[in-house]
Design a protein around this ligand. Structure first.
Ligand code: URA
Length: 235
């Protein structure tokens, strides 16, 4: 059990980090945003989920993953993992909404300049929280943390290390929604990936990871997929 004092320290450090970001003007996204979306959750979280950047709903509410993709992510956490959303930590690579042509209509992944301007804050959040497991959602966060050449189709469900923390990439909830939603085979892939996270959390005292270079694959899952296995209804 982590102590209350430690939790307060982390909460304070996160507050200080938010203050450091201030009314940020470090990149062009500041010109169109409504709100900065810092991230939210338990400073003592064992699991941290990382997306790419806020969308419309997130920009309006100043909270990560509260739109359609957020409803799916919340279902994965609460129905699938049987955890409370407030017990995990959720953040993004960039803290302001990136849109196509800066028109503030259609979302897009953050570009290099935006990622370079903002990504350091995510790294500081991770350094403060030091979760037991990080789940990267989609390509931008996976590439940002791990510097992989492989895309998410190859990388999902494999274990990597970031600064000694096990990282498991999976598909972004928006990608699942865009590719068939409830009927999508990706839903099953995501659930298989999430089961690996649960297995690691359950057995982590026993399963020490070898200390290897950042980004190197450290574990391939030994689990076999069972086609007829029950998949919780996530959305
Ligand atoms: N997509 C993301 O990557 N992050 C959010 O917060 C919402 C949607």
């Amino acid at each position: 059990m982590k102590s209350d004092t430690m939790s307060q320290d982390k909460a304070k450090l996160l507050e200080e980090l938010r203050a450091e970001i201030g009314d940020c003007r470090r990149c062009k996204l500041s010109r169109t945003r409504t709100n900065i979306v810092f991230g939210e959750g338990n400073p003592e979280a064992r699991v941290m989920f990382i997306g790419e950047g806020p969308g419309r709903d997130e920009d309006l509410q100043s909270r990560p993953f509260v739109g359609r993709a957020g409803i799916l992510l919340t279902a994965i956490i609460e129905k699938g993992m049987k955890m409370k959303r407030e017990d995990v930590y959720i953040a993004n690579v960039v803290k302001c909404r990136p849109t196509v042509d800066m028109a503030f209509v259609r979302d897009r992944p953050p570009d290099e300049e935006e990622t370079a301007a903002c990504g350091g804050f995510l790294k500081k959040q991770i350094a403060i929280i030091r979760p037991n497991v990080i789940v990267t959602l989609g390509n931008p966060s996976t590439k940002f943390l791990l510097g992989l050449k492989d895309g998410i189709t190859k990388a999902h469900g494999r274990w990597f290390l970031y600064e000694g923390i096990p990282v498991l990439p999976t598909y972004h909830p928006s990608f699942v929604l865009r590719n068939g939603g409830d009927a999508s085979p990706l839903k099953k892939d995501v659930w298989e990936d999430i089961k690996k996270v649960l297995a690691r959390l359950a057995g982590e005292e026993k399963a020490e990871l070898p200390h290897r270079a950042q980004s190197e694959v450290v574990i391939e899952s030994p689990e076999e997929k069972k086609d007829d296995e029950y998949i919780p209804t996530l959305f």
